[in-house]
Design a protein around this ligand. Structure first.
Ligand code: 3HC
Length: 481
């Protein structure tokens, strides 16, 4: 099927990005917005995005003019009559989308393919509202659309044979990689990504750790391109809230209930980048590194490297130290209560080469917590202060995400390679979840999930049976066909 003329309805961040992607690939685009004001905003997105590319020398001014010249902007949906494909990118509310698709069905030629960029809503429900359910698919781009390489192409039980492959081929022509999936809430990426982002908000509300510390842990410790709060601001808190609601409605998994903090911020109009303020937007508070001398002790398996690092940074080990750093293997408090002065113990979990999570127990003194932060900073690590809770920050966010990926694959929804590719290309992750599982070690993740389950009694934290069985069998890689 040849796609040469496409329509894009909704020119917010995503719609404008999608229009740009089509125009860059040489297709003619009709961009539709509801009114003149929204249209002007859409034009602004397109001009800024391509203008930045010119400033960076990625695009010649003439090429930019050609790209913008391929895009016609209008407030009339009727102008979509002759296009080959329409991609819808309006807000994530099913009733709005159904009303739009009914209208598109009336306006467009019978052969026109109608695609939704929905993040999570039922493509089947949208298709069923039209007189051409076989011609309706999901075409899900990722923010920023000109940059992220993934397009999820969503087929339903009534999609015409061959259409998913045709739309996937179109994605290839746009320079994207398509992953074809069935119609489940959140598809692959949002089903795995959004619960993790939501859980980050929950951890913050529970006071396990702060915004900047959680972001630093996931970015610097795990190597993700952005921490969860920076990413929530990029996606838009309103979109994230709607997606979580859709996930919850399908799964009834309480982890998918939108974090109350999200609701509060959305109601306050703090939507993230698009409104200028979300989790971020207030002036940053940088705590200066202090160089207060502290003596230390290190206990627990694997502490030699840390002790060496601290000695190299000029700190002294002592039999009566200011702070005892305990490499954590179980709740830190269990070790602390055995010390003459439990107030001095801080749990440590080293994440990668750059991050040290520092867990304070109910008995840790502010002096010891602060001394631990100073020590690890001067030793060249980023401290992530947190509470003594199973998984601290990183494992509490990362392991359930990995477990969800195993369950998703085991349910037959998507292959290991597709899930890995989707997370790498859709979110810029350095590795997909199965690649991460295999490099961390299956047993370590399984044991970490058990600890999380024991602490929180959250059913979804129980290790996926497939993961558990592979560990029991002594297998270190997931079987691939
Ligand atoms: N539009 C166009 N190009 C953009 C852009 C934008 N909004 N933002 C960044 N870029 C380009 C830059 O121009 C730069 O291009 P260059 O390498 O050719 O010069 C490139 O992207 C890298 O940008 P920067 O150097 O400024 O910044 P970073 O290296 O920090 O990268 C990022 C920015 C690409 C956004 C990176 O941080 C990233 O990959 N973050 C993760 C984004 C993510 O997870 N997206 C998916 C969200 S989920 C979703 O969208 C689904 C939805 O349904 C909810």
């Amino acid at each position: 099927m040849a796609f040469e003329r496409v329509g894009v309805v909704g020119l917010g961040t995503m719609g404008a990005g999608i229009a740009e992607v089509f125009a860059r690939a040489g297709l003619r685009v009709i961009g539709v917005e509801a009114d003149a004001e929204a249209l002007a905003r859409g034009r602004g997105h397109l001009e800024r995005s391509t203008g930045k590319a010119v400033d960076k020398g990625k695009l010649a001014p003439g090429q930019r003019d050609e790209i913008l010249g391929r895009i016609t902007l209008t407030t009339s949906r009727e102008d979509l009559r002759d296009v080959d494909l329409v991609v819808e990118a309006i807000p994530e509310i099913l009733d709005y989308k159904i009303a739009l698709f009914k209208d598109l069905d009336r306006i467009c030629e019978p052969g026109t393919v109608l695609a939704t960029n929905s993040s999570s809503l039922s493509v089947t429900a949208i298709a069923a509202a039209t007189g051409r359910p076989g011609q309706v698919v999901g075409m899900h781009f990722f923010n920023p659309a000109p940059v992220m390489k993934l397009v999820e192409v969503v087929g339903t039980v009534v999609t015409a044979p061959g259409l998913v492959a045709d739309v996937a081929a179109l994605a290839g022509r746009l320079g994207k990689t398509a992953v074809a999936v069935g119609d489940r809430a959140g598809f692959v990426v949002n089903r795995l990504l959004l619960p993790y982002l939501n859980q980050a908000a929950v951890l913050m509300e529970l006071g396990v750790a702060g915004r900047d510390d959680i972001d630093a842990a996931m970015k610097l410790g795990v190597g993700l391109p952005m921490g969860p709060f920076t990413l929530l601001d990029l996606i838009g808190l309103d979109t994230a809230y709607e997606v979580m609601g859709v996930l919850f409605d399908e799964t009834r998994d309480r982890r998918h209930a939108p974090a109350p903090l999200l609701r509060e911020l959305v109601t306050a109009g703090l939507l993230g980048r698009k409104s200028g303020r979300g989790f971020y937007g207030d002036p940053p508070r940088e705590e200066p590194a202090k160089s207060r001398p502290a003596t230390f002790g290190v206990t627990g398996a694997g502490g030699d490297g840390l002790a060496e690092r601290l000695r190299a940074a000029g700190f002294k080990e002592s039999e009566d130290p200011d702070v005892v750093l305990r490499l954590a293997d179980r709740p830190v408090i269990e070790h602390a209560v055995r010390l003459p002065d439990p107030a001095r113990m801080v749990g440590v979990h080293l994440v990668g080469d750059h991050v040290a999570e520092l867990a304070s127990t109910a008995l840790t003194s502010e002096e010891a917590a602060s001394a631990a932060r100073d020590l690890v900073k001067i030793a060249g690590l980023t401290p992530v202060p947190c509470k003594d809770r199973a998984g601290f920050v990183v494992d509490a966010l990362l392991f359930p995400y990995l477990n969800d990926a195993v369950r998703m694959h085991d349910s037959g929804y998507a292959s290991i390679d597709d899930i890995d590719a989707a997370m790498r290309l859709g979110c810029g992750y350095p590795a997909g979840p199965f690649e991460m599982l295999e490099s961390l070690g299956l047993a370590k993740v399984r044991d970490g999930l058990r600890a999380l389950y024991t602490e929180y009694r959250e059913p979804a934290f129980a290790p996926a049976p497939l993961l558990d069985q592979l560990v029991t069998a002594g297998v270190s890689r997931f079987p691939r066909p």
